[in-house]
Design a protein around this ligand. Structure first.
Ligand code: NI
Length: 181
């Protein structure tokens, strides 16, 4: 309980991603005294980091700096980490056995070659992998469908290929990703 002469202000400072913890600072103004009490919390588990040195040719570094500035990065470390994560994920997606999650977006004409039935049949065949499907009627015969699918990389790709090969499907785009670890 606060006395009428006390004022309590909680300030939360977030250290950067490499920090071991968050630090809350509790400031208690009691009469003429100012008390600052640091309160350490470990709500967010963070991984320890290792520092590595990388050498660049000046021209390459200059190009890299221009690119990351355009993309909105404020430091090189985060840009380099993102590039490494992208490579690891893309390499993982290529492995046929790996678990991926993605979306297949298709545009099709529902008046052509029983495409609606065939599409439904294919989706039922992959019912264990399909998480949900959204259907939007674009005009009197064109449909947009978004399928969220999770499963073995090879099966997800196979499903997308089979859907795109259906007569009536005008365009299909599969976008997949996976967790890093
Ligand atoms: Ni429709």
């Amino acid at each position: 309980m606060l006395r009428s002469s006390e004022k309590r202000v909680i300030i939360e400072t977030k250290k950067d991603l490499e920090s071991p913890s968050n630090i809350n600072v509790k400031i208690i103004i009691r009469s003429s005294f100012l008390i600052i009490v640091p309160r350490f919390s470990y709500r967010r588990a963070t991984m320890p980091v290792e520092r590595v040195g990388v050498s660049f040719e000046p021209e390459l570094l200059n190009k890299f700096d221009m690119l990351i500035k355009k993309r909105g990065y404020t430091n090189r470390s985060e840009a380099i980490r993102d590039l490494i994560r992208k490579e690891i994920i893309e390499s993982g997606i290529k492995e046929e056995e790996s678990e991926v999650i993605g979306t297949l977006t298709i545009i099709y004409d529902h008046d052509i070659g029983n495409v609606t039935d065939k599409l439904l049949h294919l989706q039922h065949h992959h019912h264990e992998e399909i998480i949900f499907t959204t259907h939007i009627h674009i005009d009197d015969r064109t449909c947009l469908e978004i399928v969220v699918i999770r499963g073995q990389s090879s099966r997800v790709k196979k499903f997308a290929e089979n859907v795109k090969a259906l007569k009536g499907v005008e365009h299909g785009q599969l976008v997949v990703t996976k967790t890093l670890f």
